[in-house]
Structure formats: structure tokens, C-alpha cells
Design a protein around this ligand. Structure first.
Ligand code: DC
Length: 232
């Protein structure tokens, strides 16, 4: 019995996965939990955005061309807790803002349907976990596919209208102009693609803690997650 328990404990890792649709608050929650716990953050969406960015910039047509480009690039994940932002270093150039626009996001979502592309970036994601430090992993399939051994799996949800309003506020804060109708349509279209794809679709992992963030502040969401984590 003791030995069995030992095996089970070894399989569970200090990882909290946060999955959910775009604009639901995953990124903000991930950074704030990481700061509280002193853990690392994996923003997996940023890797898919990098893939979208590469394919648009280099005019890559096929998954094979894209995979060769990924394998030949030096990709480093960066977490800037002070600035509360995740970035990626691509061949010694830090990319952040370039990846955070709807053009890149919708290309990312389109390419994310391809199983070979998903497999090619699986290792980058799994390597974000370091034994001596915990990890907050944010994305669409963190709990279901990438880190099934996570100690806690969270799934955030909120209506598309609430999510579009939040995204609009973020963009306005950055001085960008927003057409609400277009933003809502883009969010709904991306949800549709992420939920209905055959490989690693967006869905809660078994046993997930489900939280509707529509009427909750980030502090309230964080409190719920921490309460559940401490219970484990
Ligand atoms: O989280 P995000 O909006 O930055 O993600 C951009 C796109 O990348 C998202 O629409 C789908 C894809 N993605 C994915 O398929 N799997 C993940 N784990 C993360 C993102």
C-alpha cells in the first residue's frame, strides 16, 4: 500500500493548469498565482502565436515548412513577473507585442488544428517544467494533454460578450483602437475553431475546478484556486 501511494505521489507534479477560451483571464491569473507561489509560468498560447507569426512573416505554406522553421530556431520562454508579462525570445530577439494581435492569433488558431505542429511544440511546453520549481501552465490543452500529471486543473469560463469587453479594455489601455463588433466576432470564431478541432480540443480535463469568471475579480478567482490548492 505504502509503495503504491509512493508511485501515485511521484506521478503528481507541482503544476497548476489553467485552460479556457480566449480573454477569460487565464494569463492574468497565471502570472498572479506564479508571483504568489514563486513558480514559473508557461503561456502556451504565446508559442502557438509564435508559430502563426513565423508562418505569416516567412510566408510558410505547409506544416512541414513550419516545423523545419521551428526546429531551426532558438526559442526561449521568458516570464517577466515585474512587468506581469510573458514573452518569447526568438533567435535572440524578444517578441511580445508583435505576437499579441488578432491577425497572429487567428493564424495560431488555424495552425493549432494540425497534429504535426502540435507534436513539434509539445517538447518546448513540457520542458517549461523544472523539478525544483512549480509551474502554472496556461492554454487550451494543458490539463488534458500536456500536463495530465498536474496536481490541480482549473478551467475558466465566461460569456463571449464579457470576454470581448475585457479584451477591448486591454487593447484600449495599450492605446489601440477597437471595433467591438469585430472583436466579438473574432473571439467567437476562435472559440469555434478551438472547441471543434479534432486534436486536443478546448475542453475541461476530468476533475477540473470549473470557475465562471464573468462576475468575479481576479483576486476572487485567485482565492478560489488557492483554497483548492491548499486542500490538496
Ligand atoms: O491563449 P492565446 O489566445 O494566446 O492562444 C492563441 C491560439 O493558440 C488559440 O486560439 C488556440 C491556440 N492554442 C492551442 O491550440 N493550444 C494551447 N494550449 C494554447 C493555444
Amino acid at each position: 500500500m505504502g509503495k503504491n501511494l509512493d508511485v501515485i505521489l511521484k506521478l503528481v507534479r507541482n503544476i497548476i493548469t489553467i485552460d479556457g477560451p480566449s480573454g477569460v483571464g487565464k494569463g492574468t491569473l497565471a502570472l498572479s498565482l506564479a508571483e504568489k507561489l514563486g513558480w514559473n509560468v508557461l503561456d502556451s498560447g504565446l508559442i502557438y502565436r509564435l508559430v502563426g507569426f513565423m508562418s505569416l512573416k516567412e510566408k510558410l505554406e505547409t506544416p512541414q515548412e513550419i516545423i523545419i522553421c521551428i526546429n531551426n530556431s532558438k526559442i526561449k520562454l521568458l516570464t517577466n513577473l515585474k512587468e506581469k508579462v510573458c514573452e518569447i525570445e526568438l533567435d535572440d530577439k524578444v517578441l511580445g507585442k508583435e505576437l499579441r494581435n488578432e491577425n497572429v492569433a487567428s493564424k495560431a488558431s488555424e495552425l493549432a488544428k494540425d497534429s504535426e505542429i502540435r507534436n513539434a511544440i509539445m517538447k518546448i511546453q513540457r520542458n517549461a517544467y523544472e523539478e525544483e520549481k512549480g509551474l502554472i501552465a496556461d492554454g487550451r490543452d494543458m490539463g488534458t494533454v500536456i500536463f495530465p500529471e498536474a496536481v490541480l486543473k482549473v478551467f475558466l469560463q465566461a460569456s463571449s460578450k464579457v470576454r470581448a469587453e475585457r479584451r477591448a479594455n486591454q487593447l484600449k489601455e495599450k492605446g489601440m483602437s477597437v471595433i467591438m463588433h469585430d472583436l466579438l466576432r473574432q473571439i467567437q470564431q476562435r472559440d469555434e475553431e478551438d472547441i471543434n478541432r479534432k486534436i486536443s480540443p478546448l475542453k475541461p480535463a476530468d476533475g477540473s475546478l470549473l470557475i465562471d469568471t464573468s462576475n468575479l475579480s481576479i483576486k476572487e478567482v485567485e482565492k478560489r484556486v488557492m483554497e483548492n490548492y491548499k486542500k490538496l
